[in-house]
Design a protein around this ligand. Structure first.
Ligand code: B12
Length: 491
């Protein structure tokens, strides 16, 4: 049996992200579900496991080292997104130095850039795909002194230093081989999102991938699997009964993608009679009165929908399938059933001009929605836009970022006709225009359920105003891993 410490490093905003800095920073403290899945896999394989959520607990590296000393870990394990690659690898390096033990990394970045990930000397092993075979096999090999090179789902260096990528696991549905995320190892009482209203709050993901072909999104390229409904219900019951969860945010790309599954889910939740509210993301075209009413009855309080832009040419270039003529009607239906809507919008879309950016904002203001999130369109790692960017520029921004090479502070946007500063200015203006309408403020105050929620919203509102005149530009070029401590923030 090995002792494995799973560490969730803090998330600091990076300049290239689609969200404004303040939105990222005030987004909430969310549970590291991917990492908790990996911890469960290790625990089920018989190892002793800890999770340190340094992000939610606001711990620094020294705190984590102090906390882990008595545990005497054999392995350090981290989840890696591409965005957070350099922040997380800095933490890996320091913890590896303190404990002198191997570091294992898994998560979306290892899937996208396995070889580049292993060029970082702080990482000894990567885990691909869902890790249901790879993680137990790797831990077993380490425990018994066997060579892990070439194991399924394992990325490792051979004795010559070449990176060897193991074959992908052939199990038809990895969910059937994964216990639920190890919430018993998480500080569940600390979690909340910017719009959550009840505690305890958690995040759940019941499916991976998405059938929609949107070119700006990184999710379609992920394999598609769904957790069977009995397992989802068991996870919900455990959350409610054992971890005191009263609100769940489902992070599936489109929660209603399978109508039969969603109807059954709602009905079974109604039959459970739990004191529970939930929210999810869904394609607007899938929502009709029947499903909305059932969802509301089962405790659904809000749905996040991607509208992105009212410009038909941009929507078509982005392969966003949305019946624009029905948007208002469907949102009104949602409001009539008592479900709040949050609309996602993007600035900097193909062919964007100052006039079209203003049009998007005015359109958002005209819709019956309760919240809006405005992002800058970027070529996300793994998205179609990113593939086009690589073809047209001959270089891969994200791979260079992972390899520690200098990259521009912003991902190039080849599609918009207005520049980065204008895109950022319009995005900030959008938030001010949406959230500072007197009627909106009054309504929002009426919705508040606790002093905690009111304080969080007021603080974000003040910071939003304060941030409106600052530009998130920092240095023009972000250089390698070690020397860029100050390159992400401009103020
Ligand atoms: C839920 C979720 C979150 C949750 C939980 C994140 C977490 N780390 O646990 C919250 C809300 C906290 C979050 C935060 C962020 N997220 Co997020 N998130 C997702 C989402 C919607 C689902 C992930 C999921 O749970 N899938 C289901 C599980 C079963 O699969 P999985 O995540 O791949 O995890 C499995 C394997 O990868 C592996 N694994 C994962 N980690 C590890 C670690 C070890 C040691 C091992 C062995 C294995 C292992 O085992 C898991 C079980 O099989 C994805 C999009 C998507 N639909 O995939 C975005 C996504 C992964 N997030 C993304 C981003 C950018 C972020 C943030 C930077 C915030 C932001 N600005 O958007 C932060 C960074 C978090 C971080 N450092 O990990 C991007 C990543 C893009 C990229 N390539 O960098 C995605 C793809 C969405 C997008 N914008 O396109 N996220």
């Amino acid at each position: 049996m090995l002792k494995v410490a799973f560490i969730y490093a803090p998330l600091g905003h990076e300049v290239f992200e689609e969200n404004l800095k303040i939105v990222d920073e005030d987004f909430g403290r969310l549970p590291p579900i991917s990492l908790a899945y990996a911890a469960s896999i290790a625990e089920a394989a018989g190892h002793e496991v800890r999770i340190v959520d340094a992000n939610a607990r606001r711990l620094n590296v020294e705190d984590v080292i102090r906390e882990l000393r008595p545990f005497e870990p054999d392995i350090l394990a981290f989840t890696l997104t591409t965005y957070m690659f350099r922040q997380t690898t800095r933490w890996m390096r320091e913890l590896k130095m303190a404990f002198g033990i191997p570091v294992v990394a898994g998560g979306i970045n290892v899937q996208l850039y396995p070889a580049a990930t292993l060029t970082c000397d702080a990482i000894d092993y990567g885990i691909l795909h869902f890790g249901v075979q790879g993680l137990p096999a790797l831990l077993d090999a380490i425990e018994h002194g066997r060579d892990p090179v070439g194991l399924p789902e394992v990325v490792a260096r051979d004795p010559n230093g070449s990176v060897i990528i193991g074959p992908i696991d052939p199990v038809p549905n990895p969910y059937l081989h994964m216990p639920p995320p190890a919430r018993h190892l998480l500080p569940n009482a600390l979690y909340h999102s910017i719009v959550s209203q009840r505690r305890n709050f958690t995040v759940m993901v019941t499916s991976t991938g998405c059938p929609m072909p949107c070119r700006y999104c990184a999710i379609p390229s992920r394999p598609r699997y769904r957790n069977p409904i009995d397992r989802v219900m068991a996870e919900i019951r455990e959350c409610h009964q054992v971890h005191g969860v009263r609100e769940i945010d489902f992070f599936d790309a489109d929660f209603f993608v399978n109508r039969k599954w969603s109807m059954e889910f709602c009905q079974r939740l109604i039959d459970e009679h739990l004191d529970l509210e939930w929210s999810c993301r869904a394609g607007l075209d899938r929502l009709d009165r029947e499903i909305l009413e059932l969802a509301r009855k089962s405790g659904c309080r809000q749905i996040y929908v991607g509208i992105e832009t009212p410009e038909p040419a941009a929507l078509s270039l982005l392969r966003k399938n949305l019946s624009m003529d029905r948007v208002r009607e469907r949102l009104q239906e949602m409001r009539d059933t008592g479900i709040r809507a949050l609309g996602f919008f993007m600035i900097g879309v193909p062919g964007e001009t100052h006039a079209s950016a203003l049009h998007t904002i005015r359109y958002a203001l005209s819709l019956p929605i309760d919240y809006a999130q405005f992002s800058r369109m970027i070529a996300k790692p793994g998205s179609d836009l990113q593939k086009e960017l690589v073809e047209r520029t001959g270089s891969d921004y994200w791979e260079d970022w992972v390899r520690g090479l200098p990259v521009p502070s912003r991902v190039p946007n080849l599609w918009s006709t207005i520049g980065e500063d204008a895109i950022e200015a319009w995005t900030k203006f959008a938030y001010i225009a949406f959230y500072y309408r007197p009627g909106y403020v009054l309504k929002a105050l009426g919705r508040m359920r606790s002093a905690d929620e009111t304080w969080r919203s007021a603080r974000t509102a003040m910071r939003m105003l304060g941030g409106a005149l600052h530009f998130d530009r920092s240095r023009k070029v972000q250089s390698g891993c070690e020397d860029r401590e100050d390159s992400t923030t401009s103020h």
